[in-house]
Design a protein around this ligand. Structure first.
Ligand code: 6PG
Length: 235
């Protein structure tokens, strides 16, 4: 299955943030209209933070919105690397329900993944939206090469989250992770990607070309998505 991909290019990150925040707001409102609530997964990392700032200002009935990070670094809440902390900063003051994937008590990363998977059973699936970022190494969510790569890509469909030890560890956040599985990501009603820079664009283009046989996680994910995917890009 190869999905239809549309690139949206912007002059700068602020212009991209406006457009992507608008698109996400529309998806949230449509979900609330259709089902009375919206459940979305947002990307970690730094690129999407201006998007979240703008989105949080939208006039949305935030009480009806549940947000999870698409992946989490296994660090304490409040840590500079914590994805849910950054997401929560933007949306908790608006009244959204922001759910951490990682609790401080899991004894190891595998157990943290199992706990996240159990927690996610209580949400309404499929997700209304997955927003992904992409790393310079081609990872998305926290699907990385390493001992858990195959499980993240090809594990049982009903497993929504798992623990991951990237190998090599990414230098910008060299810690174990919990991630949504490819099955959970690709089951979403909508998927979009927001990235900046020529290097990431080149990685995504190469990954899409290689499809199922791509060494890049983002290529493996996109090869399995059935809906059209918008890729938003700014220099
Ligand atoms: C994570 C992310 C990850 C992120 C990329 C890009 O927690 O690592 O969710 O998939 O989107 O690493 O991160 P930047 O936007 O910071 O480059």
């Amino acid at each position: 299955m190869t999905t239809e991909i549309e690139w949206w290019d912007y002059d700068d990150a602020a212009e991209m943030a406006d457009a992507v925040a608008g698109d996400i707001g529309f998806i949230i409102e449509s979900a609330i209209d259709a089902r009375g609530a919206a459940v979305i997964a947002l990307a970690g990392g730094k690129t999407p933070l201006p998007i979240y700032e703008k989105l949080a200002r939208a006039k949305i009935d935030w009480k009806r919105v549940t947000i999870i990070p698409g992946d989490e670094r296994i660090v304490p809440l409040g840590d500079a690397l914590s994805n849910v902390t950054a997401i929560g900063k933007a949306f908790l003051p608006k009244g959204a329900r922001v759910i951490p994937l990682v609790s401080a008590t899991a004894p190891d990363y595998k157990a943290a993944g199992r706990a996240a998977d159990a927690l996610l059973q209580d949400l309404h699936w499929p997700l209304d939206l997955v927003l992904l970022g992409v790393g310079g190494d081609g990872h998305a969510a926290s699907i990385f090469p390493g001992p858990d790569f195959d499980e993240a890509l090809n594990g049982p469909k009903e497993r929504r989250a798992l623990g991951v030890m990237p190998d090599p560890l990414p230098p910008e956040a060299p810690v174990a992770r919990v991630t949504l599985s490819k099955a959970a990501l690709t089951s979403a009603r909508a998927m979009m990607i927001a990235v900046t820079g020529d290097a990431k664009r080149a990685v995504i283009e190469e990954a899409v070309k290689a499809g199922q046989s791509s060494p890049y996680p983002i290529g493996r994910i996109l090869a399995d998505v059935e809906l059209p995917v918008d890729i938003h890009w700014a220099p």
